[in-house]
Structures are given as C-alpha cells and as structure tokens.
Design a protein around this ligand. Structure first.
Ligand SMILES: OC[C@H]1O[C@H](O[C@H]2O[C@H](CO)[C@@H](O)[C@H](O)[C@H]2O)[C@H](O)[C@@H](O)[C@@H]1O
Length: 578
C-alpha cells in the first residue's frame, strides 16, 4: 500500500463483532436504567457472556421496559446482568510470575540509600498485584468474551484497565528488567508479537474492541532492551518478522502521508489514524453524547474517527489535538503529523537495523539504516522549529485534492507547548548531539512545563486528562532519560533534578496509599490527599516501571532525603524554572 492523501479518500473501517455491538446495547441500557452517577461504560463491554449469544440477546430483548425511552427498570436490569454475565475481569486469572523473588540478585546496584531501597523493593513486590493470565474459557469460547486470548501471562496497567495495553507494556517491561524478571518481560513481548501475527499490528489493547487501532509503537524498543539483557537470539529470530510487519503498518495506507518539505523533497511521514468511524465501544455513551453536537452522520463519523485516532496516540485526550482549545469536538488528530510518533518510528528503524545486524541479516540492516537516515532528514525539516528550539507537531491545512502532495508551510507548525515537543531527545541520534541537547535544555527551562513534580504534559488546563496540571510517567521518563544519556554534565544535573522531584512525588503518594498512581500533579507530594488516580487493589503498572528503571539508571544520592515531609528538600520548594 502506498501513502495516502491527508484527507483520505479511502478510509478503512474494521467490521464490528456481534458480541461488541450487543454489549454496547447493554451499556446504553445500563446508563438509562442506573443513571449517570459513577457510570463507567467500559464495565459493560468487558462483561463475559455466560450462555450462547443468541440466547442472551433474546433474554435482553424480552426484558420489560417502561416509558417513552423504553427504560429497563433498575432491578430488572441488574438481575439480567447477574443472571447472564460474569463480571468484568473474571475471565482473567491472577498469576504469580515464575521469575518473581522478593529480593532479586543484582537489584538496583546504584541505590544504596536504605529508605529508597526499601521502597524500591516494595514497588518491585507490586508486580504480583498486576500479573494475570487469560482464563482457559476464553480460548475455549472466544465468542463469549471481548478479552483476546494470549499465549503467555502478562502484567496489566491496573485500576479499570484489566487487560494488556500496548504502550503501557513497554514501561512495564522496563521495570521488569530492573526487577530481573526477564522471563515475564519476554512473555509480554511474545504476546504482542503473537498479536501482530494475528492482526498485522499491535492493537491498542488485548480486547476485541481495541482491534481497530494501535497505540504508540514501542515493540522494537521492548525487543531491543530484552535482547541487550538476555542475548536470547531465538527470541530475536521470532521477533524480527513481526517488527518488519509493524513497520509496514505504520508506513503504508492511512498511517502514512506524503508531504513536500521546505527543500522541495517529497517525504513520507506517519500519523495516527484509526480504522474506525463509530463511537469507541468502551466509551460509546460518552462519544455519542458529544457527537450529538453534529448535524449529520458524515460529520459524526469524522468526529468518531478523530476520537479513536486520538486513543491510538495514547494522549486521549489533550488540547494538543484541538483546533479550538475550548471545544473538544474540534479534535483533528488525523490532520496532524505528530513529532512523537515519528520519533518512535525513527527509533524503530534504528532498532530494526541493529537487531537485523545481530541476526547477521545485513540486507535488512542496511535497508533500515537508510530508512532512518531518510526519516531523520525529513524529521528535522518538518518538525524542528528554530525559534522555540523544539520539535513541534505539523498541522495540515485544508488540503482538499487527494492528488496533491501538500507543501510544508512554517505557519502550520503547532505553536502550542507540549511535553511531546521534547520527546525526540530520548533517541540517541538527538541526545548524542551536544548542540541539540544544550538547545533543548534551555528550551525546556523556559517552556513553562517545569513543575514541582517534574514536567507537565501541556500548559493549558482544559480538564482533559493529558493536559496541565498532569504529568505522565512515560513522557517524563523519555525526556529525563534522553538528557541523562547525552553524557553532558549540565544536562545530567538538570535531568537529575527533575528525576528527584518526580521520585519524591511518587514516594509521597506511595507512602500515603501503598501504591503507585497512574499520573501525577502538584497535589501529589504527600499533601492534601495526593493527586492522580490509583486503585487500592492494584496501583499502576507504568509508574512501577518508570520508578524502577529510573532508579536503576540513576541511583539515588546517598545524602539526599526522599521524604516529602522533609521541607528542606520538598519538591514544592523547587526552583526548577531558573
Ligand atoms: O477507556 C477510555 C480509554 O482508556 C485507555 O486510555 C488510557 O489508559 C491507557 C491504559 O493505561 C493508556 O495507555 C492511555 O494512554 C490512556 O489515555 C485506552 O487506551 C483508550 O483507547 C480508551 O479509549
């Protein structure tokens, strides 16, 4: 498949399954019967069906209904759910990872501080809360479950996210490697490989309703990190064909678009683009309500596609994708070339070249080395902004004609400040260049994103979860890690300062709740109830992963207190802006 025009003429839609369509009806009925208070639409599409689908549908259709809206009385509805379904999550089985030990040999050698070490070991023990495998019934009767069968055990994000998620898995794998749980890390990557073998790409998550889109692509990073630790060549042999397939997925069809850069060269870059134009099943009631602002079906379909494409970006939702900050229906993700996505793909190309070389396949290795050189030159000409010294997203204009290759225009670079503008520093081709690192450091300092807990994702407080005041573990981590890896003394100190504040924030929430939270904000550091979300049963996987890998790479200064109650080093006394 060749790259598409930006306003695609050929817009694919994956077929929906009768199970998911039925569960969406149940979800919608639940909202009417039970009301909007504490309503989580995802619970209903995660239900496991007890009997054949046609029997269940007939029973649902036969329920008594009242009033003009044909609402099912709450007690009748609840009885139906109890009789015909197993609760969400019951088709997953708690699993004790085979390679888990309480105090792994060689664990975080750079962490000598006793309190920090104790904390790290407790975080390590949290893997047990998040480890699952798919119950046997799922492979026996896949038609009754939206959960996808997977060959190996895995680690879930936690909270309402009871299944595997693609990009969460990378941060989890990073932590597992720090925890010396190499087999679990490999099992997770192998599951994702098996999903590529089935679907041609890694779905957003391991649920039927997530198979219409992917998520930020980190499989090559996962494979590379695992290979560097284990030198397992068999694992690599199995992984490489899937990495090639995944590269093709992101560089063809709707994900790939042509643009003519400022030098007149025709370049192909990647974007987020879901193969879906309906409400997201896991949030259908929410999406339908917002779509009611549109007058006709075609506008609604375009809106739904933008929403699902934003879910593919992992940043669901953020002002980063809005053409009008105050209007969440102005979401335009498919009209954007994202700097972060193209960073991940550039890294994927480097990784594949390295891994193919390790397998002795010089022709693939050279092909991908060339592809990465090509993308790197396109990358700089499209995303780099000399004035702000950041890599910014590129917004297409109103290109109408499918035949035209749009020309790059400087005013189409997004002027908004987002943490994604600094993500490229994560990859070696950027962080090995001292001039770039110095510019980026200066730019982060003046960006306004620095906060008492680290780096916020944006400057706008829109109420969207990926906006200010929240900071998200993976984003924070890529920037810090890139600066550390630059080897520049200044950058290292600066990154260390951010990392210390971030770790203190995490420690404070951990001390308060016993768990790691999904995201962090200014309230998180041991004060006023803590910020971010967490689940008292599970905590959150990517925060475990980021904390452990940061401590592994960085250690902790022996003489520096980690406790937020020590006001002399309280993150909120920080002076990061200067
Ligand atoms: O239920 C709504 C959405 O939830 C997911 O997104 C959020 O959680 C994921 C798991 O931690 C995370 O990967 C993502 O970045 C978060 O924004 C899901 O991925 C979405 O597709 C879904 O619509």
């Amino acid at each position: 498949m060749t790259p598409q025009c930006i306003n695609s003429c050929n817009t694919p839609v994956m077929p929906s399954s009768s199970l998911v369509m039925f569960l969406e009806r149940v979800q919608s009925a639940a909202l009417m019967s039970l009301g909007p208070t504490s309503f989580d639409p995802k619970i209903y599409v995660d239900l496991a069906v007890k009997f054949d689908l046609d029997i269940t549908i007939s029973a649902f259709d036969a329920l008594s209904r009242k009033g003009l809206n044909e609402t099912i009385p709450a007690l009748v509805f609840q009885k139906f759910v109890n009789d015909y379904f197993l609760p969400a999550g019951t088709d997953l089985v708690v699993h004790l990872p085979v390679d888990y030990v309480e105090n792994p040999e060689g664990f975080l050698p750079k962490v000598k501080h006793p309190e920090v070490r104790l904390w790290a070991l407790k975080v390590h023990s949290l893997w047990k809360n998040l480890s699952r495998r798919v119950a046997d019934e799922v492979s026996e009767r896949p038609d009754l479950h939206t959960l996808l069968p997977l060959p190996n055990p895995f680690v879930i994000p936690g909270s309402r996210f009871k299944e595997v998620y693609y990009w969460d898995s990378y941060w989890i794998v990073r932590g597992l490697l720090a925890s010396k749980m190499h087999d679990t890390a490999k099992a997770i990557a192998s599951n994702l490989i098996s999903l590529i073998e089935t679907y041609g790409f890694v779905p957003n998550g391991a649920r039927l309703y997530y198979t219409n889109r992917s998520q930020p692509p980190f499989l090559s990073s996962m494979v590379l990190d695992i290979y560097k630790r284990t030198k397992d060549i068999e694992f690599l042999k199995r992984a490489l064909p899937s990495l090639l397939k995944e590269h093709e997925f992101w560089n063809s069809g709707v994900h790939s678009v042509f643009i003519q850069d400022a030098q007149g060269h025709k370049q192909s870059m990647s974007r987020y683009y879901a193969m879906w134009n309906k409400p997201r099943p896991e949030s259908a009631t929410v999406d339908e309500e917002l779509a009611s602002n549109f007058l006709n079906d075609s506008q609604k379909e375009m809106y739904y596609r933008e929403v699902a494409s934003t879910a593919e970006s992992g940043w669901d939702f953020s002002s980063r994708w809005l053409s009008n900050l105050h209007d969440s229906t102005s979401i335009s993700t498919t009209k954007i070339l994202p700097a972060d996505l193209n960073t991940y793909i550039l890294k994927m190309e480097h990784d594949i070249s390295f891994l193919a070389n390790a397998l002795g396949d010089s022709s693939i290795s050279e092909k991908f080395s060339k592809a990465s050189t090509q993308r790197w030159s396109a990358f700089n000409s499209i995303f780099w902004n000399d004035e702000t010294e950041q890599w910014v997203d590129y917004w297409f204009g109103d290109e109408k004609n499918c035949e035209d290759v749009p020309h790059w225009k400087s005013h189409n670079q997004n002027s908004g400040v987002f943490a994604s503008n600094f993500i490229p520093i994560w990859i070696d081709i950027c962080n090995s260049d001292k001039t770039i690192v110095t510019k980026i450091m200066k730019s982060i300092k003046s960006s306004g994103l620095l906060n008492s807990y680290g780096i916020s994702t944006s400057l706008s407080n829109t109420g969207q979860q990926w906006d200010f005041p929240n900071g998200w573990p993976p984003i924070q981590h890529m920037i810090v890690e890139g600066l550390i890896r630059s080897g520049l003394e200044d950058a290292r100190h600066f990154a260390q300062d951010i990392a210390i504040r971030w770790l203190k924030t995490n420690y404070a929430t951990f001390k308060e709740t016993g768990f790691m939270h999904e995201k962090y904000n200014v309230e998180s550091c041991g004060i006023e109830g803590g910020g971010g979300e967490y689940d008292p049963q599970t905590g959150f996987g990517w925060s475990n992963g980021v904390v452990l890998s940061l401590l592994e790479e960085f250690g902790w200064p022996q003489d520096r207190p980690i406790d937020c109650s020590d006001k002399s080093s309280h993150p909120n006394n920080g002076n990061l802006q200067n």
